[in-house]
Every structure is written in C-alpha cells, then in structure tokens.
Ligand binder design. Sequence first.
Ligand code: ZN
Length: 444
Amino acid sequence: MLLKAVFKPGKAVSLLLAVVILISSFSFSAFALTDAEKQEYKNQIEAIKQQIAENQAKIDALDNEASQYDGEISALQSKIDALQDKIDLYNQEIALIDKDINRVNQQISDVEAEIEALNKQVKALDEQVVQLEQKKADTYVLLGERIRASYMSGASTPLEFILTSDDFEFQVYLERVELLQRIAENDDRIIKQLEQNIIDIGAKVAEIEDVKKRLNTKISELDEAKLEYEEKKQEQVDARKVIEDAEALIQKDLDKVMAIVNKLDAQSAEYQAAIDKREEAILDLEDKLAEKNTHYGSGVVEGDMVWPLPYEDTYISSSFKWRWGKQHNGIDTCRWSGTHGADVIAVKAGTVEVANWGYGGGYGNYVVINHGNGVLTYYAHLSNITVSVGQRVTQGKVIGQAGNTGYSFGAHLHFGIMINGSWKNPCDYLTRYTPGGKYIQATD
Ligand SMILES: [Zn+2]
C-alpha cells in the first residue's frame, strides 16, 4: 500500500490533545431515553400534528372558496372560446381576401411590365422617326443645292430663257431641264418614301398606344377590383374588432376571478409548505424517539461506504495504525493530482452532526456525519464546508473540500470512523475507486 507519512516531532502530542478535546466536546447520548424524555417527544409530535391539522383545515377552506369560482371561470372561459371561434373564422376569411389581393397585385405588376416593354418599343420607334426626319431634311438640302446650281448656270426660269436664247442654247437648256427634272423626280421619290416610312412608324406607334390604352384600362379595372377586396377585408377586420373587444371585456372579468383564485392557491401553497416542514419535524422527533440519532446503537454498518475522495487517483498517506506512540485514529488520504480543494463526499447517507469552522482542536474545519446504529464518520482539515448541522445527506453528497486547516502539514483529508465510541480502521469499511471507475474493498 502507498504510504506517505511525514513524521513531525510534536505532532503526536498535539493530535492526542486534539482527540481529547474533540471527544470531550461531544455530549454523547450514551444512555437510552427516559420515559419523561420519550413523553416529551410524543407531546411535541402531537402538538405538531395538531398544527398540521389546523393548516390542512385552512387549506381545505381555501380550496373550497376557490372552487366556488369554478362555475364562473368555466362560463367565462366558454364564452371566450366561442368568441375565439368567431375570430378564427374572420381570420380565415381575411386570409382568403389577402390571397385575392395578392393575386390582383401580381396581375397589376404583370400589366405594368407589359406597358413598360411597350414604352421601350415606342421610344425606339420615336428614335427611328427622328432619324428619318433628319434624312428627309438632308434630302431637301441636296435638292435645294441642285436647284441653286441650275440658276447659277444661266437663266432662272424657262420663260426667261426662251426669250433670251438662240436655238442651240435652247436645245442645251431643254436637255438640262430634263436632267434636272429627272434628278428632282428621284429626290421626290426618296422624300416620298421617307414620308411613307414616317407615316408607317406613326401608325405602328398609334397601334402600340392603343394597346397601352387597353392595358391602362385593365390596370384601372384591377385597381378597382383591389379596392373592392380591400373594402371587403376592412369589413371583416371591423367585424372582428367588435368580437375582439367583447372578448377582451370577458377576459378582463376572467383575469379578475383568476387573480382571486391564484391568491387563494398561493395561500394554500404557503400552508402546504408549512405542513411539509412540520412533517419533517415529526420525522426528526420520531427518529429521536426511536433513538436513531444517538451515538450508540447496534454498530451495524448497513450497505457500502464509498471512499471520501471521489476520485480514481487517491492514495493513503498515513494509515490507521500505531503511530508516534499512539493510535492514528483514522486514515489520511490524498490525490496524486493535488488534494487542496478536492471534493469531499459523505461515505454513506446520514445526518450532519458537526460542521465546525475553526481550529477544531487540531481537526481544523471538520464535519461529523451520524449514520445511525452508533456509526459516525469524521472528515478533518477541510478548506471549505458546504453542509450545515442537522442536514440530511445522501451517500456521495459533497460536504466540503479538502484542505490544510487545523494541525496539519500539507493538504490531506483525515477520515475517521467511530462505532459506539471506538475508532475503527476505515479500510475495513470503505470501498475504493480504482482507475476505470470500479470499486474494490479498501486495504492499507
Ligand atoms: Zn490523520
């Protein structure tokens, strides 16, 4: 077994002193209860039972008072339920109308998209017209230039020419006139063609504008339909509002009644909590009456006792043996990974009998748990205590943390078992955690 005992001169004397102080500081109930004591406990139990009965009567009265509101509550609730059914119907109707409105909105945006596309077409056609007009203007300019050229070459008009020219010149003139005429005809054709194009485009634009007009009419119709749906919806919303207002009024009445009932329930719960506390007190008194809570008994340890440090890496630094001229009244146990602050647990269910802060006659901060049958366990040198006297603890309950308080040199847990006033070797009673989480009978 692992032993890490560190001998310190003077420790033996101090420990002896500590144990003497410790033992003398407890008032063991070494003797059975007297008849008078038993009677006193019985009287206390009876008195508490009487208080419980009084509280129960108050609870019954409160419950009775609360139940008088049952009819009113269920009547109000069924009214609310009926109104809520109506509201649900309105909600369904409104949801359907919303669907219609969404559909119309979709249609409107589709038509708007169509109009937008047509607008683009019109714009493109308008640009074409501008180009054609430009071409027409250019052609006119050309034509003008040609006519000017013919004037500048001689006579201005045929009549003027006939009066002033001879035959040959007239012949040349006629040829020129014919040529000019042909050019003019050609220009005229081009202009006419351009004008025809412009007219065609105008017709196209007019067609498109016609379609746009129809689409706009359609949008107006859709807007009207939407307006109708919205009016219909508003009617439903208004009707629903009437029902909702009625429901709110009834809900107010219900809230008032529920507030009264809740208050009664809260009072009832308070009385119930008082009863629970008193029932616990009776259990304690019955324990005392049965002499369970004394330091003497059969000495039987029922069930397992687990290792007080709930870890797999513990070792015994000093075992239960004759040491420094006296018996070491327990074992010292540590953790390889560090003991200070490690959790210390109740090795077995019991009642906290001592939760001492201070030097503790050398034990430092320490806890004693009474397991009944005359079995006590001691946990010494704690850095912290997390239980209080009278508290019932289950096996494995953390009662504090290991430390180095009192007469101690280095953090460790001193653990002792006293049965009917005698120290026992804890290893004869404890199971140990092993790596892998199994329990084995402890040995030292
Ligand atoms: Zn020790």
